[in-house]
Design a protein around this ligand. Structure first.
Ligand code: SF4
Length: 365
């Protein structure tokens, strides 16, 4: 997974102590850039993406580390906030939106996160009554962990406050750096799950779904609250049985009362992603189904197919954990109503519903 072959540094952070700490772990001689950005090989964009997964760019971030998740126009948003630590991912999922989202193919990590980013976080945690914040929006939360050791520092920061929770979202299983920390249940470790067929064929470089669930079991045994994201749910021959068996395996290993939430999201993609993915993964079949263009311009399954997917997964979850908080990611109130028989409006909104779930499971009054 972490096959980094080349490291570029921005001149301005070359001597930064955190840069030096990272370089010591990477053991790769870096190149200090004269220009603002690393050079890109002369090749078509899809090929450049694979090259970029082995190239790390350490730089200073000049924007806002802490920000509201943009959500998607016209669908219910969960009021999430993002702590932007870097972008790009060494894993290689066929459906990954990042392939079409960024025009910079390399992995980027912002080394000024410790002073400038943490300062922004501390201010935000004082300003807002309650926050759910994640680092896994433009990368995997553990993508850089082997050489940055950032997550234990974040866990410590969140442990010292009462007004927010941190969600570290991942498909990886190397969580040992979080063992033995005094986290006070303010950090939620979350895994993206899928059916084994999808994981095997479409999530290149990622541990198996069983391995992810066993990592969640381990995190639970260390006292961390956990969460799961069945996203993107994908239809294929046998999807009902496979998703059902993953859910059964999940509840055999992870105590339901330690789960903050389980989100469900169906496959959705910008039209340009399909072209890129076909060039990079010509054997994939995930885009051959009945899709419509949603109100946000993204392709998504025809509505009855989405409802069928969500209902099935939800019923499987209910068999084991009728009280766990399950929500739909970026869906319309009409779909909520069809799947659950209620909309978040009846619970004062999705944001409030998730805040309450976090407070309850994390023990925050
Ligand atoms: S793990 Fe997430 S961020 Fe990484 S390639 Fe897969 S979908 Fe993209």
């Amino acid at each position: 997974m972490f096959g980094i072959k080349k490291v570029y540094l921005s001149r301005e952070i070359a001597e930064h102590p955190y840069t030096q700490e990272i370089l010591q772990k990477l053991k790769i001689e870096p190149e200090i850039l004269k220009e603002d950005l690393p050079p890109v090989p002369l090749a078509p964009w899809p090929e450049v993406i694979s090259w970029g997964k082995k190239v790390l760019f350490l730089t200073r971030y000049k924007g806002r580390f802490f920000r509201r998740c943009p959500g998607t126009k016209a669908y219910l948003c969960c009021g999430y906030h993002i702590f932007h630590i870097g972008q790009g991912c060494p894993l290689d999922c066929t459906y990954c939106i990042l392939q079409a989202y960024f025009n910079q193919p390399w992995l980027t990590f912002f080394v000024n996160v410790l002073e400038e980013g943490f300062a922004e976080l501390e201010v935000a945690l004082k300003e807002y009554p309650f926050l759910r914040i994640g680092t896994g929006e433009f990368t995997d939360s553990f993508a850089f962990e082997r050489f940055t050791h950032l997550n234990p520092r974040l866990v410590e920061l969140f442990a010292a406050q009462e007004s927010g929770v941190l969600e570290l979202k991942t498909k990886t299983v190397s969580i040992e750096s979080l063992k033995g920390l005094s986290h006070r249940r303010r950090t939620i470790l979350a895994w993206s799950l899928n059916a084994p067929t999808i994981s095997k064929n479409e999530e290149k470089g990622a541990p198996t779904v069983e391995e992810r669930i066993l990592a969640a079991q381990k995190a639970s045994s260390w006292g961390y609250p956990v969460a799961f994201h069945f996203d993107p749910l994908i239809r294929f021959p046998g999807w009902k049985e496979e998703y059902a068996s993953v859910i059964a395996f999940l509840f055999r290993h992870v105590p339901a009362q330690n789960i903050c939430w389980i989100s469900l999201g169906s496959l959705r993609f910008m039209p340009e992603l399909k072209e890129i993915a076909y060039r990079r993964f010509p054997q994939t079949k995930i885009f051959s189904d009945e899709f419509i263009t949603g109100l946000d311009g993204k392709k998504r399954y025809f509505r009855p197919l989405r409802v069928e997917l969500y209902r099935h997964i939800w019923h499987c979850i209910q068999e084991f954990a009728p009280h766990v908080c399950v929500y739909l990611c970026m869906e319309s109130p009409e779909v909520w109503q069809e799947v659950f028989g209620f909309t978040p409006f009846s619970k004062e909104g999705l944001s409030k519903m998730l805040d309450e779930a976090a407070r309850k499971v994390c023990g925050i009054t």
